[in-house]
Design a protein around this ligand. Sequence first.
Ligand code: C2E
Ligand code: MG
Ligand code: MG
Length: 728
Amino acid sequence: MDVPSRMDSGERGDDVADEGQRGFFGLLGSRIGKQRGDTAANLHTYEALLLLQNYEESGQGWFWSTDAKGQLTYITDSVARLMGRTAGTLLGTALTDLFLPVDSHGERQRTLPFLLTKQSKFDKLPLRSAFEGDDRWWAISGRPQFDGGGKFTGYRGSGTDVTTQRRSAEDASRLALYDSLTGLANRFAISKKLDTTLAAFAQQQRSCAIMLLDLDRFKQVNDTLGHPAGDALLKQVAERLLKIVGNKEMVSRLGGDEFQIILPDIEDRGKLGDMAADIIASLSQPYSVEGSRCIIGASVGVAIAPFDGLSSDDLVRNADLALYAAKGNGRGRFSFYSSDLHTAAEDRRALEDDLRDALVRGEMALVYQPVVNSKSNMVSGVEALIRWTRPDRGVISPSLFIPIAEEAGLIWKIGEWVLRTACEDAASWPGDMRVAVNVSPIQFANADLPKIVAKALAATGLAPDRLELEITESVFLGDTAETAHMFKALKDLGVRLALDDFGTGYSSLAYLQSAPFDKIKIDQSFVRDATIPGSRNGAIIAAIVALAEALEMETTAEGIESLDQLELIRKLNVSHVQGYVYSRGVPQAELLEHTEGAWTIKPAGPARQRNDRFSLFRKVGAIHDNHRYAVVIRNLSATGAFIEGLLDVPVGTRFVIDFGEGQLVTATVRRSMKHQQGVEFEQTMVSDGNGGLCTRHRVSPYLIAAATQSTSALALPSFTTTSDWKAA
Ligand code: C2E
Ligand code: MG
Ligand code: MG
């Protein structure tokens, strides 16, 4: 403790210039010390000064004083040293020069000089050190001083170091805006961003799209590889998203495996669809996390302001609905919002409810689709396909209800029933025809699967090698020991394994070497594309066949409908074919008529596959000369349609087809046959992500609002032909 020594030096009558270095209280103490021993009051003051000096030395706080001009007359030396100076050199400096003139938001700091000129007192004013290399924050308090005559003489005050509190407050606000795992904006920040963007854009009549994104099978990665792996994966997902979107502020993680992207000034659904497809493709590439390889997918829902909503709440809700639809349509897809999704979502919920006891009510049945040797036309086996008939709704596709069953946890019961029924049926066939059964990845992930299979075989007496389990490549989430284990356990039972839907996900030939498949089933979409001129799929199929042959696996081409496809498939040496060209799925009763002896089927079907046209029945409007006619679209492609409902429309007539929800397309009649017209679109339509089509652009609600206010009708293109055709 050096207080006595300072008192001593004071007693020695040191120069006043030395005051700064020795400390204010040191000096005062020395002066008081000169009168030491005088009165009790003096002793009390002395004690107080010692305490203050201790305080100053402890570093918890410091003191300063200025003269009437605001120049320092005192500052605690230890603090001056933190600022890279000494108290002595700082005396005479303006107090305001100790601190940066800007605050933490970069705005000019006017408070301190203002307070000083007003001679007001201030408390814990946060200020940043102005000295280079010193990025401390100080909380400064000060009180104005007046002499006996009430004249302002300066300030006395104190300061404390608040750097730590300040930093943690900054961290907290950063945390409040950013997702700590990925560094992307968080839910709070993106929703604020969307609010402000939409508010500004509504005034300027600009459009703004949002995408909601959900990872497929992320939960499985988390469960099988562990949470740290899940976290590492999410970081990589964020990086890939940023690479595509570019603007960091516009991408956010909402939580879990959900992401949101804001895309200002885009309403072109062609562009948005391409972008969504890019995102899905990028996120579906394999990841390497903690030495394991894993594959996930993504689904995307898109909503666009002002068409699909003006407020951020509406827009997000609608994008969410679109996302839900995308997932319901088989995952790995995108979907645009449209108002009929509301009913679709309700339907889906109702479907889930009904699905719960569909088995008990006996609404499920199996059909068997022949798998045919492509050279001999001999049926070598059948695939069991589930059919659900709802009394009021008719047959529902498994592509629709299997994902619901998976999500609702019902797949296990349904899967067990399928397995048991298929084995039972197959055991009753006279020959030794094989039966293939689809196994959901959810079933595959359950360690009990081999037991269930063994039980079904034992109960029905079916020879194990007559049962083939079809597994999709999504079971290859990672090179986990469990996957290998499951394959071995199933092979040990003596059943056959087939890789289903090859060519739809991330098709890696690498699995084929490690997993003990007996067959590869090449997906329909892959085969379809192969017949398109310029497609490389044919060459890829040839490579798959060559590899499969080398590994002694069979190949099956799925979904062959036309004779040209069959011809191609035969040329590519695919050993088996399954498709309408041979047969659709047939019920057990019908199958039994064929199972005695050899069963051959003669292929039959259209000469070629038309890829680009959908048959449908959709009521739309055809607008001509300010009349709106109700017509039905019977056949739609990106470039044209067949419509019904008008009689004898001359070739060359132009009108606008109103597909609803602001989707207008100008069309010209190219063929006219009584009540049917073939029309060509002026603007090609684009994919809606679900195998359907939509217009690239829509008529903006702003324009509609403006048009209904003014006398002029919607700004539709004018027509060149007058016509005398009428509604049929
Ligand atoms: P998948 O396993 O790839 O089955 C082949 C699908 O293609 C069947 O559709 C079949 O009817 C259809 N298909 C066959 N040939 C043609 C053709 O020439 N043209 C066209 N357009 N389609 C053809 P389905 O029965 O609607 O089943 C769809 C998917 O649902 C199946 O695809 C399978 O993944 C799943 N699934 C069906 N039954 C079951 C089941 O019992 N359990 C599980 N977990 N999934 C099932
Ligand atoms: Mg299958
Ligand atoms: Mg398949």
